[in-house]
Design a binder for this molecule. Sequence first.
Ligand SMILES: NC(=O)c1ccc[n+]([C@@H]2O[C@H](COP(=O)([O-])OP(=O)(O)OC[C@H]3O[C@@H](n4cnc5c(N)ncnc54)[C@H](OP(=O)(O)O)[C@@H]3O)[C@@H](O)[C@H]2O)c1
Length: 325
Amino acid sequence: MKPVRLAIVGATGLVGRTTLDVLAEWQIPLRALRLFASDESAGRMMTWNGRSYALEPLASVPLDVDAAILATSRKISQQWAPRFREAGVIVIDHSSAFRMDTDVPLIIPEVNGRALNGHTNLIANPNCSASVVVLPLAALNREFQLRAIVVDTYQSVSGSGQDAVAELDAQLADSQSPAKIYPRPIAHNVFPQVGPFDVRGLCDEEQKVVDELRKILECPQLSIFTTTVRVPVRVGHSAAVTVECMKAVSRADVETAFRNMPGMIYEADTYKTPREIAGKQEVFVSRLRVNESDPRWLQFWAVGDNLRKGAASNAVQILMELFRD
Ligand SMILES: NC(=O)c1ccc[n+]([C@@H]2O[C@H](COP(=O)([O-])OP(=O)(O)OC[C@H]3O[C@@H](n4cnc5c(N)ncnc54)[C@H](OP(=O)(O)O)[C@@H]3O)[C@@H](O)[C@H]2O)c1
């Protein structure tokens, strides 16, 4: 990979800090690194790879970088991504602001990395729930063609940022601690709502999963049903997935398709939980069941680290593709 001059906006947040970990672990060659956060954090120091960096406020586009990873709110991305883009800085954006724009590739490198060709300086990183299920779904789509899918998610609180993790911790310490980020108390609880509801009764996350899976899989008509559920887990999103393929499948053929898919690990005899995979890059797939009475239907369990494949490491993979030697 060619050495890159990189900016990270939101460097102090969960995704920003995980990005710094991944950059160091994968020994990504950086010629320069600039770290941005809110005005409140500006001036504080962060250490990366043994060097100290002063956190900067985002006052103007840094013109001395080649690329920027935006790991902050949708509102800030809406405000700043177009300015970076116009200044010739390639943006990899973690927010939902531009994911469905037709001129913005929404990339999982193992699935649709070729969609980076001809990018116009703005690339979107997918939603963390879509990222956890899209690898096994892409494997099935390549071999058997998908007809319909049902995705039920079990989403950790780190998916909502550092304040949500603090809210879970506060409620675990004191059951009277109020819900501020979430619509209900999250400690010792689950609720079938991730984001606000629309007039049809879908919550924001459910619509994102539908839209983004269709875009990444390049299946605009695919029938997708989803229920997104928040659970009191710190890190790691899980999903129970039911799939109807266009043709009957055998367990052996599905296992081969799963084993051939890069970025995921298929396990036939056990299953993984969020606690076990936090900090890992791969998506783990298990509990495969092919319906005996109608073998076009199958089910599986998928779990992945929302901060890694769901965010930071997928963005670093995109960066590696963009600056490939
Ligand atoms: N968490 C996940 O699993 C996940 C997965 C996929 C996508 N995403 C998306 O990634 C983005 C970041 O999520 P997160 O979980 O890392 O959130 P977070 O933990 O709440 O971090 C937010 C970051 O934004 C910074 N920030 C706030 N106001 C700013 C400003 N005016 N200028 C510059 N930086 C500012 C914060 O800096 P301070 O510390 O100074 O406040 C912090 O570094 C969101 O769009 C989210 O939807 C998250």
